[in-house]
Design a protein around this ligand. Structure first.
Ligand code: GDD
Ligand code: MG
Length: 324
């Protein structure tokens, strides 16, 4: 089987970091979000096709420089085609069936088992579903007998949400669903195509364990805690010469002597945390410098940003080269 991964969104809810870096390359628990998504794929997947748009060149260069176990190809779109248009644009040579993954969902999921479930029911698609308290920001499914999906509403009004089981952004589809996506314009697969496929048999695959859409600052940090707790977060201890508690994932050279760390931190390459500074529950991207006695907590700090001595940065998103 092949996989299409949708990587074209603008990451608007993670601005200003995403002005410089596509959301999928923001490191979470020691590696870019996209790479945690790819980790879910079964080892025998033949090819991963990244349907790219925004910052396509950066993504293509990154995956070339950081290969994974599967061959990866990027297929850029000239203008945003939405989830449906993006998958259609990337569909040449696709397998039947194929995996379709959003690139911002961090989860525990057994896609090998999902593939068996899909083969057994013989329908047109299988969507991984996750139960949440508030389904409004997601696509929501109603389930009938045998977990067949009987209704699907994208981002419903509260009164219209048919259940609390949401589209987890991980699915298997028969190849010919591509033909149902109108050509030549932006198409939301979830709004415009999925409801019309239900009559042919779309089944839910209920996920247990954890799941998060890492599209906002709060959620990306929550996802990072989940991944660390699941031991998917790299080496993990407090860096040599520093104090405090891990997990702390380091992605390259850094300097953190006499700094202190709370739990759940990612340090990109060439990060400097000066003596007496404290960092917790945060992501510091490449080249970030934290001054003496500064305090960084609950924040996503873009590449090259500088935080002055004694300053407090709490619950913030700082863009590339920002000064705080
Ligand atoms: N190629 C391409 N082109 N990809 C796109 C485009 C586009 O124009 N727009 C969005 N994407 C990608 C995003 O990068 C992301 O990986 C995925 O498609 C979904 O887009 P989001 O913008 O993150 O959508 P969402 O989070 O509001 O909703 C989607 O995900 C939810 C689960 O996280 C939907 O699939 C919901 O049904 C689902 O519940
Ligand atoms: Mg999303």
């Amino acid at each position: 089987m092949k996989a299409i991964v949708l990587v074209g969104g603008f990451g608007t809810r993670l601005r200003p970091v995403t002005y410089a870096v596509p959301k999928q390359l923001i490191p979470v628990a020691g590696k870019p979000m996209l790479y945690h998504v790819l980790d879910l794929l079964p080892p025998d997947v033949e090819e991963v096709v990244l349907a790219t748009g925004y910052k396509a060149d950066l993504l293509a260069a990154y995956v070339k420089a950081h290969p994974v176990r599967w061959p990866v190809r990027t297929v850029p779109e000239a203008e945003p085609l939405g989830t449906g248009g993006g998958m259609r644009n990337a569909s040449a040579g696709l397998s039947d069936p194929f995996f379709l993954l959003n690139s911002d969902v961090l989860a525990s999921a057994d896609l090998g088992r999902m593939r068996s479930v899909h083969a057994a029911h013989g329908g047109v698609g299988t969507m991984a579903l996750y139960e949440v308290d508030d389904p409004r920001p997601y696509g929501v499914a109603a389930l009938g007998s045998g977990d067949r999906i009987t209704a699907f509403v994208e981002k419903p009004e509260p009164k219209d949400a048919p259940s609390r089981w949401i589209n987890a952004g991980i699915a298997i589809w028969r190849r010919d669903v591509i033909d149902r996506v109108p050509a030549g314009r932006a198409v939301s697969f979830e709004r415009e195509v999925v409801p019309g496929l239900l009559a042919e048999g779309v089944y839910g695959f209920r996920l247990s364990g954890y799941w998060e859409d890492a599209g906002t600052p709060e959620r990306i940090l929550h996802a990072q805690r989940l991944l660390f707790d699941d031991h998917r977060g790299g080496p993990g201890g407090v860096p040599p010469g520093a104090r405090g508690t891990g997990p702390v994932a380091t992605m390259g050279a850094f300097s953190a002597r006499e700094a202190s760390f709370g739990p759940y931190v990612t340090l990109g390459e060439h990060v400097t945390v000066e003596p007496g500074a404290h960092v917790e529950n945060s992501i510091l991207m490449d080249g970030v410098a934290v001054g003496r006695e500064a305090h960084v907590e609950g924040s996503v700090v873009g590449p090259g940003a500088r935080i002055r001595a004694t300053h407090r940065v709490v619950g913030q998103v700082l863009g590339e080269d920002a000064e705080a």
